[in-house]
Design a protein around this ligand. Structure first.
Ligand code: DOR
Length: 427
């Protein structure tokens, strides 16, 4: 139900795709009613010293429902997202059962209906994400699914991937790929290199990612299908994507905060909190991911928020599942670790991901009268210390525990309703 109460976000620096200006923003009935000086309304959200931007959009959230509710639910994931400044998230399909049919899509969308963040879902490319048979993408597309991926795994079979691309093109959908060649990765638990050798942990070579990036660029050329590369992690992957974009191919890519901040050296203590797929790589790879974000080869920062309950994650390194929390730390990591102008950070966290998933009319919009009021207010100078136990997630597996970060979400407004006020979730 739209709330007729008017809200004014007061005294902030408004930043969107069109530029920036100091202005108050009035929100009424789910929409922006006015942007200007000295505006008033029934309620005031103070934004002094803050950035007022469009709400963030995450293309890569593992919400674990259905099937692994002990690790996360749609509701707890969405609450963490709202606290992290997100107004829209896209659920990944590696649930139990997988999100590979209209029935499961409906279930996830229904669970998201009352969440404090808009919940969209991806659909699997193949039935059960097993990589053998195409999933019924058309029936999922009819329910609004615009992004298909087998995330958690890459589609191994070249011919099947070609067919998936042809099918998706007909539906106007985008395929997103988790690039990992299973045969090359088999049995690897971290990046194959100096640290895996020292630690005696079997590794996954960078080439296991790069081969699939290379193949999918070739197939995008063949089919004309839009392909989005998920969590790119190697220097050569970034270079290939940069060249593909320059050649005019319909390619986009995302990077995660952990891949632009952490290296494989973090695994030195065998702590499974640093185990993730694709794995943490070398300092040169981290630098290349940052350079890709700076020059636009990588247009999206996505979290790969991957909660795991302590009893499943806190195992010996080679037995633990890969994955780390991300929704509540992504923005602050981008502000702390990337030396980019705020508008570029918001582009990668808000309107560029919104465009990839086709929700740019509702999220990541410019802040002007008449637009949907999905907004976040960020204090760019506030510092805080990461604590997994204090997060909204049902899990605590953050690799940034104890780290001091700069940049804090102060308020999040979803369809005109303040769902986070002064860093506190309102529902
Ligand atoms: O580290 C990861 N965790 N990578 C994936 O691709 C899947 C994810 C998960 O679902 O936990």
């Amino acid at each position: 139900m739209p709330d007729p109460t008017s809200v004014v976000i007061k005294g902030g620096r408004v930043v969107d795709a069109t530029g920036e200006r100091v202005a108050d923003v009035v929100v009424v009935d789910g929409r922006i009613a006015a942007v200007g000086e000295d505006l008033s309304a029934d309620r005031i959200l103070d934004a002094t010293g803050c950035i007022v931007g469009p709400g963030l959009v995450d293309l890569h959230s593992h919400l674990r429902q259905p099937g692994k509710e002990e690790a996360e639910t749609v509701e707890t994931g969405a609450r963490g997202a709202a606290l992290g400044g997100y107004t829209a998230i896209v659920a990944m399909p590696n649930t139990s059962p997988a999100i590979d049919s209209a029935g499961v899509v409906r279930e996830v969308l229904e669970l998201g209906r009352t969440a404090p963040c808009d919940v969209f879902t991806s659909g699997a490319i193949t039935v059960g994400r097993a990589g053998e048979q195409l999933a019924p993408m058309a029936e999922m597309a009819e329910l609004g699914v615009r992004l298909f991926t087998d995330d958690g795994a890459g589609v191994q079979d070249n011919r099947l991937m070609r067919r998936a691309m042809e099918y998706a093109t007909g539906l106007g959908a985008t395929l997103a790929q988790h690039c990992e060649d299973d045969a090359l990765c088999g049995g690897g638990h971290m990046h194959e290199g100096e640290w895996s050798a020292r630690l005696g942990i079997p590794g996954q070579p960078a080439e296991a990612e790069e081969l699939m990036v290379m193949r999918d660029i070739a197939l995008a050329r063949l089919t004309g299908c839009r392909i989005h590369f998920q969590h790119l992690s190697t220097e050569r992957s970034v270079a290939m994507v940069r060249d593909a974009i320059a050649a005019g191919l319909p390619v986009t890519a995302e990077a995660t905060p952990h891949h632009f901040t952490l290296t494989h050296a973090e695994c030195a203590g065998y702590d499974p909190v640093f185990k993730v797929n694709p794995p943490l790589r070398t300092a040169a790879d981290v630098a290349a991911v940052k350079a890709g974000l700076a020059d636009g080869a990588i247009g999206v920062i996505a979290t790969d928020h991957a909660p795991h309950a302590p009893e499943t994650k806190e195992l010996p390194f080679d037995e633990a599942p890969p994955g780390m929390l991300g929704l509540e730390t992504a923005l602050a990591l981008a502000l702390t670790e990337l030396d980019l102008p705020i508008q570029q950070v918001l582009a990668a966290l808000s309107w560029q991901p919104a465009a990839v998933v086709g929700i740019g009319g509702t999220h990541g919009v410019s802040i002007a009268a008449g637009q949907p009021a999905n907004l976040c207010v960020i204090d760019p100078e506030a510092t805080w210390t990461v604590d997994g136990a204090a997060m909204a997630s049902r899990s605590t597996n953050t690799p940034f525990q104890g780290r001091e970060l700069r940049g804090k979400v102060r308020h999040t407004v979803l369809h005109g309703e303040p769902v986070v006020i002064d860093g506190e979730a309102q529902r």
